[in-house]
Design a binder for this molecule. Structure first.
Ligand code: SIN
Length: 304
C-alpha cells in the first residue's frame, strides 16, 4: 500500500495536496463538489486584521497560460474568519492553514496570537502579495524586513508552526529564504505570483485597474520548480511548493525539486476537482515507480 501522507513542519498531511490561499475562499463553494476531507490541507483566503474590500475592478485578466490578479487581499478580517468560517472548515478531516498579511510586523503578531489561540494547524505568513501598497512585497524583498516579520510571527504563534510565503519577484530568492530561516521559520512556501501587466492596444489602457498584477497558472510552473530547487539547497526547511500545478506530474516536479507538499491554486478555477486529480496522479506515478510513499519523491531530482 502506497503511503500518501507527508510531514510539513511537524504537521502530518494525509496526502501532499493542499489548496492554495486565495483560490479556494473558505471552502464553502467547493464543498458542494466533494468532501473537503479528501484534501491534505486547506489554505484559507489571506486574512488581515481588519476587513478589506480589495482593489477596484477589473482585477482579474486572463493570459495565454494563466491569469493575472490584483485582488488586493479582499477578506472579511480575522475576527469574522474565527467566528464564521473556522467552525465551517473544522467539520472536515483536513489540516487548516491560515494565510496572514499585515501592514506592520505588530499586525502579523496580533494575527498569529488570534489564530494560534483558535488552534489552526499552520500559519502561512504572506510577505509576498504584489497587490498592496503597505506590507506585502515590501517585506518579501528585503531580508532584514522578512526576518523581522518572521521573528514577530514566531514569537506570537505559541508553538503553531510558521510557514513564510516567498516572492519570486526578487533577484535571489535564497537570500530571503535564509533570512526567514535565521529568524525561526518552520517552513517556507513558494512561489507567490510573478508581477505582470497586460495592455489593451486599442484603448492603450492596462486591463487591470491597478495596472499591474500577479501572474499564476501553468506559465509559472518552471519558475516555481527552479526556485524550489534553489531554496531546498540553501536551507534545511520543509517547503510547500506551488505555482502552475494542474496535474500529478507537475506536483512531482516540485517534490523532486525539494518540496514536501504542493499547493494547487489557479487550476481550481477551471476544474474544482484539480487537487484530487493531482493527488491521484502523484499516487499513480509513485506506484508505477515502485516507491513506498509519495514522500520518497521529495528532493529526488538527479541534476546533471
Ligand atoms: C491578492 O489578494 O492580491 C493576492 C494575494 C497574494 O498574492 O498574496
Amino acid at each position: 500500500m502506497l503511503d500518501l501522507s507527508v510531514k510539513l513542519a511537524g504537521v502530518t498531511l494525509k496526502n501532499p495536496v493542499v489548496v492554495a490561499s486565495g483560490t479556494f475562499g473558505f471552502g464553502r463553494e467547493y464543498s458542494q463538489f466533494y468532501d473537503l476531507g479528501e484534501l491534505g490541507g486547506i489554505c484559507a483566503k489571506g486574512l488581515t486584521l481588519h476587513p478589506r474590500t480589495g482593489n477596484p475592478a477589473p482585477r482579474i485578466a486572463e493570459t495565454p497560460m494563466g491569469i493575472l490578479n490584483s485582488v488586493g487581499l479582499e477578506n472579511p478580517g480575522v475576527d469574522a474568519f474565527l467566528t464564521e468560517e473556522l467552525p465551517f472548515l473544522r467539520q472536515f478531516d483536513t489540516k487548516i492553514i491560515t494565510n496572514i498579511s499585515g501592514n506592520t510586523p505588530e499586525e502579523y503578531g496580533i494575527l498569529c496570537e488570534k489564530l494560534s489561540d483558535a488552534g489552526v494547524d499552520l500559519i502561512e505568513v504572506n510577505i509576498s502579495c504584489p497587490n498592496v501598497k503597505a506590507g506585502g512585497l515590501a517585506y518579501g524583498t528585503r531580508p532584514d524586513l522578512a526576518a523581522e516579520v518572521t521573528e514577530t510571527a514566531k514569537k506570537h504563534a505559541h508553538g503553531v508552526p510558521v510557514m513564510v510565503k516567498l516572492s519570486p519577484n526578487v533577484t535571489d530568492i535564497t537570500e530571503i529564504a535564509r533570512a526567514a530561516e535565521g529568524a525561526g521559520a518552520d517552513a517556507l512556501s513558494l512561489i507567490n505570483t510573478i508581477r505582470g501587466m497586460r495592455i489593451d492596444p486599442e484603448t492603450r489602457r492596462p486591463i487591470l485597474r491597478m495596472n499591474t498584477g500577479g501572474l499564476s497558472g501553468p506559465a509559472v510552473l518552471p519558475v516555481a520548480v527552479r526556485m524550489v530547487w534553489e531554496v531546498s539547497q540553501a536551507v534545511p526547511l520543509p517547503i510547500l511548493g506551488m505555482g502552475g500545478v494542474s496535474k500529478g506530474t507537475d506536483a512531482a516536479q516540485l517534490m523532486l525539486a525539494g518540496a514536501s507538499a504542493v499547493a494547487v491554486g489557479t487550476a481550481l478555477f477551471a476544474d474544482p476537482f484539480a487537487p484530487l486529480k493531482v493527488r491521484d496522479g502523484l499516487a499513480e506515478l509513485a506506484e508505477r515507480q515502485g516507491l513506498p510513499s509519495v514522500a520518497a519523491l521529495t528532493g529526488g531530482v538527479k541534476p546533471w
